[in-house]
Write a protein that binds this ligand. Structure first.
Ligand SMILES: Cc1ncc(COP(=O)(O)O)c(C=O)c1O
Length: 311
């Protein structure tokens, strides 16, 4: 395939059967490997749609500036798309982020603004809004932007259906809800019996990219009634499953993918037979410093992992 632009490499990620993870013969598990996107996560898809739409509608002009509050993947994805399209990108983030994130952002040429760790994403969003007003930068808000859902409806969903026409269950992490809503809608249009299952961290647990609805914020793009169920996963189980999928399948996936696998195995145990699709949102690179592939917590160990910010 010959392409004239890195942005053409976004999407068309592989769907891989996890043959050594399925708990029973009649149930097949398939993982959509979003870490294969050029900046390393599922967020390349939404960054591309949001930036192209802003250009089309004149909200973003050549050489313009974008500002976003992000703890990682969305900021990096926008930094990639901004660089490729000639826009400046400013990312506002809390200080307790692992070094890999700001280093990657700097490599893509993005500017970083820090907010105190204890003030978290709420403060980051407020600071980003300030930049949008004062500096005339375009604020992109993935939690409220319908293009987030649309990107998955237009690309991720159809790609899954092309590879596997009959999906019985779709399991994905819940962050903004864009993946669950967009892919879920497309899959249910093809087969209304498809179940859409959200994966959430236990309240108080930190799993990169995922959020607990119990903490009070429901993203505007998320319609809870649309979901068929949700499964809460602890960081400990997410870590163990991420290490396990490397051991059994040779797949180097991030911590939220581990949470998705842990949840999908619970679903699979209840299912007499069928095909389950798992969304692996990013690869393992950003999480190497956690040591999870070299010294994963054993059963009964590692409770302390639950309360830490795992990046
Ligand atoms: C690693 C990771 N997994 C899962 C998600 C959740 O995806 P969504 O925002 O579409 O709900 C995100 C979102 O940032 C993420 O970064």
């Amino acid at each position: 395939m010959l392409n004239d632009d890195i942005l053409h490499a976004i999407g068309r990620t592989p769907l891989i059967e996890l043959r050594n993870c399925s708990p029973k013969p009649g149930v097949r598990l398939f993982a959509k490997l979003e870490g294969q996107n050029p900046s390393g996560s599922v967020k390349d898809r939404i960054a591309l749609q949001m930036v192209l739409a802003a250009e089309r509608t004149g909200r973003l002009r050549p050489g313009g500036a974008i500002v976003v509050a992000s703890t990682g993947n969305t900021g990096i994805a926008l930094a990639l798309v901004g660089r490729a399209r000639g826009h400046r990108v400013r990312v506002v983030m809390p200080e307790n982020i692992a070094d890999e994130i700001p280093r990657t952002l700097s490599a893509y040429g993005a500017t970083i603004e820090w907010v105190p760790a204890e003030q978290g994403m709420r403060k980051a969003i407020a600071v980003a809004q300030g930049f949008a007003q004062r500096e005339d930068e375009l604020l992109l808000d993935q939690f409220a932007d319908p293009l987030n859902t649309q990107a998955h409806y237009d690309t991720t969903g159809p790609e899954i259906l092309d590879d596997l026409p009959g999906v019985d269950v779709f399991v994905a992490g819940l962050g903004t809800g864009g993946t669950l809503m967009g892919v879920g809608r497309r899959l249910k249009e093809a087969n209304s019996a498809t179940q859409v299952i959200a994966v959430e961290p236990h309240p108080g647990n930190q799993l990169q990219g995922l959020r607990s609805l119990a903490e009070g914020f429901i993203p505007p793009i998320l319609d809870l009634d649309f979901l068929d169920g949700k499964i809460l996963v602890s960081s400990r189980h997410a870590f163990r499953a991420a290490a396990e999928v490397m051991r059994r399948e040779g797949i180097f996936a991030g911590v939220s993918s581990g949470a998705v696998l842990h949840a999908a195995l619970k679903v699979a145990q209840r299912l007499p037979r069928g095909d389950v699709v798992l969304l692996f949102a990013d690869g393992g690179w950003k999480y190497l410093a956690t040591g999870l592939w070299t010294s994963p917590p054993r059963a009964g160990e590692g409770e302390e992992l639950d309360d830490m910010m795992w990046w």
